[in-house]
Each structure stands twice: as structure tokens, then as C-alpha cells.
Design a protein around this ligand. Structure first.
Ligand code: NAD
Length: 482
């Protein structure tokens, strides 16, 4: 392990453009467990961006011409190479993102697995009408070159899903990870060398200005973005100038609703897994829990027990199960939301205040005594702090959730599965679940609605989002006279 940490501290991280590794400008990368810089990553210049777009444009027709099966073969080989470098990638992932090393390993394996699963999809042309004088076919073409911009909460995974979704369809891509977590993704660019043709996958890095320059670049045919809602709105606005398609995966304020006959244990397990692990920095984490008033105490106590079972520490500390919040801005936001919750009469059943140590550590926190109208209930906290909210009217809860700005996911916890499915159908969210919360499956589409985004990710729906539909009508000569 130590040799990988030393290697990470000494390595030089470069962009991958047109099959070459390049960089001229650099900026610091911060270790969230200390708050201090531990490495540097390139900042793409305007010339780097132009070169990446030009390379992607040159490479695209040849990549598309390989056909689905050969593209899939190359992508699967790339996935195997990611698995082979799993320890190295996990080390970087933990150093830059903060999560425990074992969890980073899971993220790396899941990244490879999602590449495998997504590259098995095929979008096939269809004959819509076949008559003696007329044939109408539906044909799917790659859009061309995709700009992909990823966030910091799951850097490798979220970026690479964009990559495989675009590449399997015959597009080429320019990917930019978050400036807060660029290193593991930059390494994926290096790993792709010799595995994918030059120009097919270009990885550049840089911050807000680089992202904005990508979105304003005329050489792209689509923008695929995962990140915050305000940035998503800015991207949609710029893209409208080009009438260019976008897929936006944005924020959420995902609710879990317990019914009187629901399993508290199942709900608590899901809430901890999504809302505490990775410090709740998971777009579809359970971010608020509605329970019947007489169950508030028992749910809060059991969730607090799960919270207290986490071992907080640097991601390389043996036994650590929870790392720091990824960055200072997010840490400050979580601290402010906790203060606000206290001011609104919230009771901290566990945690509640940042740890007195360097880095951005905040313990898993359970809050009762709040209701809608308080920041912790109304906003996306994106941190390890969950409110347990009492209700006495299930219809009122559904109405409150549906009236909110976001619509990413929500879950219902009850034993009557038929009634649960009916309730789930009333929630205005892209993905609703009964007795489960937002279990991502790349074979299942992930629709993005309201302030949570636009378009669909994953499965064939996601792949079609990187393609253009063409309809071709073929008439027999003289057919018009019939
Ligand atoms: P962010 O919007 O600050 O940054 C995301 C990316 O956009 C970064 O790469 C950044 O450099 C870039 N960027 C910033 N300003 C830009 C601009 N004006 N134009 C183009 N690019 C720009 O988001 P974040 O804080 O990194 O991510 C956290 C957010 O992501 C949370 O709100 C979370 O809910 C959301 N998220 C959503 C999903 C989902 O599937 N819906 C998944 C993961 C994260």
C-alpha cells in the first residue's frame, strides 16, 4: 500500500489528447483528509481543448465504422485493463476523493463492470413499414463528438459511464473530470493508450473555466454533464445557443417514506448505505426520511446506532469505514446546514458537529424535530446528515415531495407490495422504489426530471441519447401514383 501512496505522490499526471500525453499548466489537488495539496493536475489550455476536439472529430468516422461488436470488444479489453490496475486506481481515488480504500476498490470494479454491461447493448435499426410500394426504416447514427463533464463524488465511475455510453454507439469523446478529483480519471486516459484508437477517448482536466469552454466549443455534438443543478442550468443555457442536445444528471432531495407496516431495519440499512457511506455524497442518497409520528424515535435511534458504528478516518487507516467530506466548500455547507437545523429546533440524535482534526471530517448525523421549511429538509445536503421527519397523513407527504424542486429518486418502505407500487407511481420522480432505494443497475434506465436534470442515463435509453434518429422512406418508382 505505502509504495502506491508514494508512487501517487511522485507521479506526474497528464492529459490524454489524440493518443499523446500532454500538459503545460498545472494546479494543486487537495487531500480532503488533511486539507493540504498533495499533487498537481493539468489545466487544459484553449489549444489543448481545440486539439482534443479536433482529434475526436478525426477519429470518429473510423471508430463508428468498426461496428458495435468490435467497439464492444475494445471497450471490454479496456475494462479488463482497469481491473488489472485496480489497486493503483483505488489508491488515487482514495487520495483525491477521501473514501476508504476498500470502497474505492468497489468503485473501480463497478466502473469496469458498468463498461462491460453497457458495451453489451445494441441499438438496432428497425423497419417500421413494409408495403409493396413503400418501405420506411428507422436508423440510428452516432451524434459525433460528445463533451463529458463529471463531478467529484464518484469520479471514475460517473465519468466512465459517460464514456462507454457514447463510445459504444460510435461517438468519440472529450472527458473532463472535476478539478477536485482529476487524477484517477487522468490515469484512465493513460490506460486507454494502445487499447482504444488515438482520439477516441480524450481526457483533459481543469475547473469551471475549462468546463465552460467545453460547453461553449462549437466542435461538440452533445454535452453530457453530471453535477450541481446551477451548473446544469448554465450548461443548458449555453447549449441552447447551439440547439445542442444535453443530458444533465443533477441534484436531488431524495425521500424515503416508511409506512406503518414497513421494515425499519431495511430502511435503516438503505439510509446508512446511501446517506452515510461516502459521506452521503451520492446523488440518489436517502436525504430525508418520513415516518409515522409514533415511529420517529425508534427509527432515529436505530439510524443513530448505524451512524455510531462507522469508524471515521483517513481512507488508508485500517478499519476506517468513513472518510472525510470531499472538499472544503461542501464541508462548510454541511456544517452550516447542521447549525441551521439546530437553530430550527432540530435534535441531534447522533453526530451534529465537525470533528476537531485536520481535514473535512463530519460524523454521520441523525436529526429529529424538523419538518418541511427547514434547510436540511428542503435542500440537497449532499453530506452525512439525515432528518427523520414525522407525519400523520401519507397523502400530505406525497404532495409535499411532489411539490419540491427535485425529482431524482424516492422510496416507499412497506409490506403491502401492491399498495407500495401504487404509492410509488404517485411520486413525481424519475426512479421510485419499494423496499429498496435507488439501486443503480446499468441495464435499467435512469430518467432525469425537474431540477434533477434532463434526459435518461443508462441502458439503451442512455445510449440512444448519444445518437440521432433518422427515418428513411423508400418508394417503388411510380409508387406516388397508386
Ligand atoms: P459542479 O456543478 O460544481 O461541478 C461539476 C463539474 O462541472 C466539474 O467538473 C466542474 O469543473 C464543472 N463545471 C463547473 N462550472 C461549470 C460551468 N459553468 N460549465 C461547465 N462545467 C462546469 O458539481 P459538483 O459539486 O462537482 O457535484 C455535486 C453535484 O452533483 C451534487 O448536486 C449531486 O447531486 C450531483 N450529482 C448528480 C448525480 C446524478 O446522477 N443526478 C450524480 C452525481 C452527482
Amino acid at each position: 500500500m505505502q509504495h502506491l501512496i508514494d508512487r501517487a505522490a511522485q507521479a506526474t499526471f497528464l492529459q490524454t489528447i489524440d493518443g499523446a500525453r500532454v500538459a503545460t499548466l498545472f494546479e494543486d489537488v487537495i487531500d480532503p483528509s488533511t486539507g493540504a495539496a498533495f499533487q498537481r493536475a493539468p489545466v487544459a489550455t484553449a489549444a489543448d481543448l481545440d486539439a482534443a476536439v479536433a482529434a475526436a472529430r478525426r477519429a470518429q468516422p473510423g471508430w463508428a465504422a468498426l461496428g458495435w461488436d468490435e467497439r464492444a470488444r475494445q471497450l471490454q479489453a479496456f475494462a479488463d485493463a482497469i481491473d488489472r490496475e485496480s489497486e493503483w486506481l483505488s489508491t488515487l481515488h482514495t487520495m483525491e476523493q477521501g473514501m476508504p480504500f476498500a470502497q474505492s476498490g468497489l468503485f473501480v470494479r463497478t466502473t469496469a463492470e458498468r463498461i462491460r454491461i453497457m458495451s453489451r447493448f445494441r441499438v438496432v435499426d428497425r423497419t417500421l413499414i413494409e408495403e409493396p410500394a413503400r418501405k420506411v426504416v428507422e436508423r440510428w447514427h452516432p451524434l459525433g463528438v460528445v463533451a463529458a463533464i463529471a463531478p467529484w463524488n464518484g469520479p471514475l465511475l460517473l465519468g466512465m459511464v459517460k464514456v462507454v455510453t457514447a463510445l459504444i454507439a460510435g461517438n468519440t469523446i472529450v472527458l473532463k473530470p472535476s478539478e477536485l478529483t482529476p487524477l484517477s480519471t487522468l490515469e484512465l486516459g493513460r490506460i486507454s493508450l494502445g487499447m482504444l484508437p488515438p482520439g477516441v477517448l480524450n481526457v483533459i482536466s481543469g475547473g469551471r473555466a475549462t468546463g465552460a469552454a467545453m460547453v461553449g466549443h462549437p466542435g461538440f455534438d452533445k454535452v453530457s454533464f453530471t453535477g450541481s443543478t446551477p451548473t446544469g442550468i448554465a450548461i443548458a443555457r449555453t447549449s441552447a445557443e447551439f440547439l445542442r442536445p444535453v443530458t444533465l444528471e443533477l441534484g436531488g432531495n431524495d425521500a424515503a417514506i416508511l409506512l406503518p407496516d414497513g421494515s425499519i431495519d431495511d430502511l435503516v440499512t438503505a439510509a446508512a448505505m446511501t446517506g452515510f457511506s461516502n459521506c452521503g455524497q451520492y446523488c440518489a442518497a436517502i436525504k430525508r426520511i418520513y415516518v409515522p409520528f409514533d415511529k420517529v424515535d425508534v427509527v432515529a435511534e436505530r439510524l443513530a446506532a448505524a451512524a455510531n458504528a462507522y469508524v471515521i478516518g483517513n481512507g488508508f487507516e485500517p478499519g476506517a469505514t468513513l472518510g472525510p467530506i470531499q472538499n472544503k466548500a461542501q464541508f462548510d455547507k454541511v456544517c452550516a446546514i447542521a447549525e441551521n437545523a439546530r437553530g430550527d429546533g432540530g435534535v441531534m440524535v447522533s453526530g451534529g458537529a465537525p470533528l476537531d482534526r485536520p481535514g473535512y471530517f463530519f460524523p454521520p448525523t441523525v436529526v429529529t424535530g424538523l419538518t418541511d421549511g427547514s434547510r436540511l429538509v428542503d435542500e440537497e445536503q449532499f453530506g452525512p446528515i439525515i432528518p427523520v421527519i414525522g407525519y400523520d397523513d401519507i397523502d400530505g407527504v406525497i404532495d409535499r415531495i411532489n411539490a419540491g424542486a427535485y425529482g431524482l429518486t424516492a422510496s416507499i418502505w412497506m409490506s403491502d407490495l401492491e399498495a407500495g407500487e401504487a404509492l410509488a407511481g404517485r411520486l413525481i420522480v424519475g426512479s421510485a422504489a419499494v423496499n429498496r432505494h435507488a439501486a443503480f443497475d446499468p441495464a435499467v434506465p435512469f430518467p432525469l426530471i425537474k431540477q434533477s436534470g434532463m434526459g435518461v442515463d443508462y441502458a439503451d435509453h442512455g445510449i440512444k441519447g448519444t445518437m440521432r434518429l433518422q427515418v428513411i422512406t423508400v418508394m417503388m418508382p411510380g409508387g406516388l401514383k397508386r
